[in-house]
Design a protein around this ligand. Structure first.
Ligand SMILES: Cc1cc2nc3c(=O)[nH]c(=O)nc-3n(C[C@H](O)[C@H](O)[C@H](O)COP(=O)(O)OP(=O)(O)OC[C@H]3O[C@@H](n4cnc5c(N)ncnc54)[C@H](O)[C@@H]3O)c2cc1C
Length: 1006
């Protein structure tokens, strides 16, 4: 092993111990998103105070933090107390510790707050100061100007990489990496044991092998605790102090130390625990004005001790300052840090005034060894409010350090990833899990969706459930711990607070992933195989595999939530927004908005609970019609089971025809083929969980936790088979994998004899074309193979006239309807006649089992049939809504909008414009401003709030349809422009797509 120097500006040593053979990343460019006076990196209280101080002094400020929320030094460490002398030290301290709307009275003893109050106070401080900020963004590189001086940073997040140009950088991160990259010299970090403290909230004291102090004064409010009547836990706040070994100051050593700290502090009654240990590092920056005093007030501290020697335009804020370690400990306290931060912010603003950035800025490179590697990045979007500059910044070729080398990387340690990692370690594979959060389990732990909804509870899932039950009393905590402990027992490594941000390929073979670690290191982990369990197909997308998320035809998505955490609660399931998980700013804004709306509770989850995310379009894409026709496969590895649990509208026209088979009370089974985890071209990769290759309608059945847990385990078995045989993942003997899964109890024996039941036999289609006349029986089979179904349906349609009793009009209408949905206009006259003579409220007979509105379905079918004969009828139907006598409901607008676009007749534009003019239909775009408008109907104990989702989708979809038809007096353009600047990335990105490409794929029927 050697130490790779990755600092480049003045060649200082950075603390990234690297495995031999770093790879050379070729030159590239990154988009410039901000051009500011002061860039603050990190989300501590001091960092926020610095940003506020600089902004109040007239500087333009941007703050970026790798954390998913602000306040890592208090909320992240759970050191949620302040001493009496700290409380009055600043207004911000008062806000951090005061319940909403209350002042903190002068205190004589410690005072306690909650993580949520801390986060909200910091959020509000930045909002009020006009400081834009981005969470989940790692600052991994320094920019330099023509004279070689620091001039900003490169951020790395879910949206890819972006540059921020800045005259002054305040590095408030735990390891001061940006300062190091800028050339700052630091004292060494000698490997050894250091005293750390970790806070645990539990019913009993953890046995940490050190000192444990119970804070007897801590009395949680009633509203922050939600224990079930069966759980007898009296919550206590325990501060555990113990020595912890650190091999060195690099990210791997820190990742290991965080795990060792958890090993020592978990207790079966745990209700919450710190994300990170509190630790005063032995190393510090070398400044030209070190502070020699062990004690000083925040106002006395010489700011020169925060300024690296010989480098202008950079400060470190926090315990890495050039101060004696007792004073460094003061700098870790919020009261002290806020006062110093505010002073530093003012100083930085003044520095910025006198600084001019000279010439072009760039990220300087460094000679690497060997040829340029094929490094590909995760790419997404950033919404306009977060982007205030244009242009691109060149990044020269450079070497990326290799941080680790393993058999398998699991990207994302959530519902599917944690079981995958356990499966891999059980097979003896050297495994590393890279997880952005600070715990394992994803939606089912951090996201507080702690209970199963259907799924087959067997196989590895049974083992998980038994292990979790034996681990602790509170499911969200004990599940995360059981996963963690079991991976550790198998010698797996876990990197918390780290994000997979790219892929490294050789030809079509994945050689590893690019990772951003909490200290801002961007490096490579080499692996023989990667399991992409990000639930967002992050690795696959980075590798260039086709993926899908937005439906091209309309803005449609499943409801997203964010749990409000109460200590001991069994879960919190909610649904009130629409989110694009590939957009870092959307995730940031959603977290911010949810926290600000939430009153009461202990905390708000750091995980956005999205039910639908970016999905691979892999070797095989499972569709809803596969399970609706009970399709079997030769390579089934999981049998998924659920009710149709789509939190939103489905996409496939089948569901809008009559939808007789998917009533919510019916439990459906879906076979999951191995090929739906395999990308089309990239070798060495499997994609599991919500990112697997299945349509959004299919995922409504396939995404249940018990099944995804088994799927993760199955993916690990597949990797083991491939590595043992020395073959590619796509070439493994699948029957052998199935056999293992049968033995594990994941699959029934019967799958071993199954083959693909498609193509559907002629007899099945023939029967379906007959059965359809009886209440739409056999419909899924017809939709599953429309090319072969259409001639059969047409023959039946013709045949109706030959019946001795004459042509049955209801049956004829069924055929006309189904054929129209499949794009055949043969029966449009009948449909038009029905539409013209019936109202929006005329339904199918009550006992028909229909789950869609008859008129809406016929209107859509008229559009799909593509006959312009239908235009007058559709115009008339739209007019009925504009007359104000009928509700302008979202589903009616959907049918009219889609039909209008597929018919493509500009005459329909006026009708769509009139719909947009109806009261309450338009004007729902919002802006990123203080105060942020709350989601209508949201309350912290509620589960569902549908109004905003419905209003936004209806308005955007009507506007998109109108725009595609050529617009009407610029109405659609104005609406789409407004949404394009909306901080809610999901609608902003869709609006931008339509504006860029109105004809798009969206005009063609599915
Ligand atoms: C609100 C809601 C309610 C639900 N209700 C139920 C229910 O009641 N019962 C049920 O069985 N199912 C339910 N589901 C479905 C089920 O919980 C999900 O389908 C499942 O948890 C998704 O698992 P996953 O592994 O794909 O994603 P996750 O569990 O989200 O795991 C993905 C993990 O990867 C991490 N990650 C993502 N990207 C990266 C990256 N680039 N680098 C590093 N880490 C990364 C994330 O932090 C996360 O931990 C619900 C889902 C939601 C959202």
């Amino acid at each position: 092993m050697r130490t790779t120097c990755i600092a480049f500006l003045v060649g200082a040593l950075a603390v990234v111990p690297s495995i031999d053979g770093g790879i050379v990343e070729p030159e590239t460019t990154v988009p410039l998103i901000q051009d500011v006076d002061v860039l603050v990196i990190g989300g501590t209280c001091g960092a926020v105070a610095a940003a506020e101080g600089a902004a109040q002094s007239g500087a333009k400020v941007f703050l970026a933090t790798p954390g998913l929320c602000l306040g890592e030094d208090v909320a992240g460490t759970l050191r949620v107390w302040a001493e009496p002398d700290e409380i009055g030290s600043s207004d911000l301290m008062g806000r951090l510790f005061a319940p909403a709307g209350q002042e903190v009275a002068p205190a004589t003893s410690r005072i306690y707050t909650t993580p949520l109050r801390v986060k909200k106070a910091l959020d509000t401080t930045l909002l009020k100061a006009g400081v834009r900020f981005l969470t989940g963004a790692y600052a991994t590189d320094v920019l330099s100007d023509a004279s070689g001086l620091p001039a900003g940073a490169v951020l790395c997040d879910r949206s890819g990489r972006q540059a921020v140009r800045a005259k002054v950088i305040i590095d408030a991160t735990a390891r001061g990496r940006l300062a190091r990259l800028a050339g700052a010299e630091f004292t060494p970090f000698p490997g050894g044991a250091y005293s750390v403290s970790r806070v645990v909230i539990a019913g009993s004291a953890p046995e940490c092998g050190g000192t444990v102090t119970r804070h007897d004064e801590w009395r949680p409010d009633k509203d922050v605790v939600q224990l079930s009547s069966k759980t007898t836990i009296t919550p206590g706040l325990y501060e555990c102090v113990f020595p912890l070994p650190f091999a060195d100051g690099g990210p791997r050593a820190f990742a290991e130390a965080e795990q060792a700290a958890r090993d020592r502090t978990f207790t079966a009654t745990q209700l919450d625990a710190a994300d990170r240990v509190c630790f005063i590092p032995p190393d510090h920056v070398k400044s030209a004005s070190p502070c020699a005093k062990e004690r000083a007030t925040a106002d006395e501290l010489n700011l020169g001790a925060l300024r690296p020697a010989g480098i202008g335009g950079v400060y470190v804020l926090g315990p890495l300052a050039d101060v004696p370690r007792p004073l460094a400990a003061e700098l870790a306290r919020p009261g002290f840090a806020i006062r110093v931060g505010a002073r530093l912010g003012r100083q930085a603003a003044a520095d910025a005034k006198s600084r001019t950035i000279t010439g072009e800025i760039r990220r300087a490179g460094r000679e690497g060894h060997g040829a340029a590697a094929d490094v590909r990045e995760v790419r997404g979007t950033l919404t306009q409010p977060f982007v205030a500059a244009t242009g691109t910044i060149p990044c020269e070729a450079r070497e990326l350090p290799v941080l680790d080398e393993v058999d398998v990387i699991v990207a994302g340690g959530g519902t599917t990833g944690a079981p995958a990692a356990i499966g891999a370690t059980r097979h003896g594979l050297r495994t590393v899990v890279v997880e952005q959060l600070h715990e394992l389990g994803g939606v089912q732990t951090a996201g507080m969706i702690c209970g199963y909804y259907y799924g087959n509870r067997r196989g590895f899932t049974t083992e998980i459930d038994e292990g979790v039950a034996a681990t602790g009393k509170v499911k969200s905590q004990s599940k995360a711990e059981w996963y963690r402990r079991t991976i550790r027992e198998g010698k797996g490594s876990i990197w918390f607070g780290s994000m997979v941000v790219g892929a490294w390929l050789e030809g079509t073979r994945l050689r590893g992933v690019i990772v951003a670690t909490p200290d801002g290191t961007r490096g490579v982990i080499r692996a023989k195989a990667v399991i992409d369990a990000s639930g967002n197909a992050d690795v696959a997308a980075a590798a260039g595999e086709p993926t899908e998320f937005y439906h091209p035809e309309e803005l449609i998505g499943q409801g997203v939530g964010m749990a409000v955490i109460r200590l001991g609660a069994g879960g919190h399931n909610n649904d009130f927004a629409l989110i694009d998980d590939t957009d870092a700013s959307d995730l940031c804004f959603f977290g911010l908005r949810t926290r600000l709306m939430t009153e009461g509770g202990w905390d708000v989850s750091q995980l956005v609970n999205s039910r639908e995310r970016r999905r691979l379009v892999g070797v095989f894409q499972v569709s809803a019609l596969d399970y609706l026709t009970a399709r079997t496969f030769p390579d089934t590895i999981i049998q998924h089971r659920s009710r149709f649990d789509l939190h939103g509208s489905p996409s496939h026209d089948f569901f809008y025809t009559k939808n007789i088979r998917t009533a919510n009370h019916v439990t459906l089974e879906a076979n999951g083929p191995y090929r739906s985890l395999l990308p089309k071209t990239t070798d060495g990769l499997l994609v599991v969980g919500l990112g697997m290759s299945a349509t959004r309608d299919a995922m409504a059945i396939m995404r249940m936790q018990p099944d995804l847990q088994n799927q993760g385990y199955a993916a690990a078995c597949a990797v083991q088979l491939a590595l043992a045989r020395g073959c590619e993942l796509r070439d493994i003997p699948v029957r052998e994998l199935q056999r293992q899964l049968v033995d594990k109890g994941i699959l029934p024996e019967s799958v071993l004899g199954e083959e693909d039941s498609y193509p559907l036999p002629d007899a099945v289609l023939k029967l379906a074309s007959h059965d359809v006349m009886m209440g739409y029986g056999g419909l899924p089979f017809l939709f599953a193979d429309p090319q072969r179904a259409k001639p059969l349906l047409l023959a039946k349609y013709e045949e109706l006239s030959t019946h001795s009793s004459g042509r049955d009009p209801e049956v004829s209408l069924i055929y006309a309807h189904v054929l129209a949905m499949l794009g055949d206009p043969v029966g449009v006259d009948e449909l038009i006649a029905w539409v013209a003579t019936h109202g929006w409220d005329d339904k199918w007979p009550a006992d028909s089992g229909a789950r869609v509105n008859r008129m809406e379905s016929y209107v859509l079918a008229l559009g799909r049939a593509g006959s312009t004969k239908a235009v007058p009828a559709i115009l008339a139907k739209g007019q009925e809504l504009c007359d104000g006598k009928k509700s302008v409901s979202a589903s009616r607008c959907r049918a009219l909008g889609l039909a209008s676009v597929t018919l493509g007749d500009p005459a329909l534009a006026g009708m769509l414009a009139s719909l947009l003019d109806q009261p309450g239909i338009a004007g729902h775009a919002i802006r990123l401003a203080d105060p942020i408008p709350p989601v209508p109907g949201y309350d912290s104990r509620s589960n569902y709030s549908q109004q905003e989702k419905m209003e936004v989708a209806r308005e955007v979809n009507l506007a998109a349809a109108l725009y595609r038809l050529g617009d009407h007096d610029g109405k659609a353009r104005a609406i789409l422009d407004a949404y394009a600047e909306d901080p809610r990335g999901f609608c902003a990105n869709y609006a931008r797509r339509i504006l860029l490409d109105p004809a798009g794929r969206g005009t063609s029927p599915r």
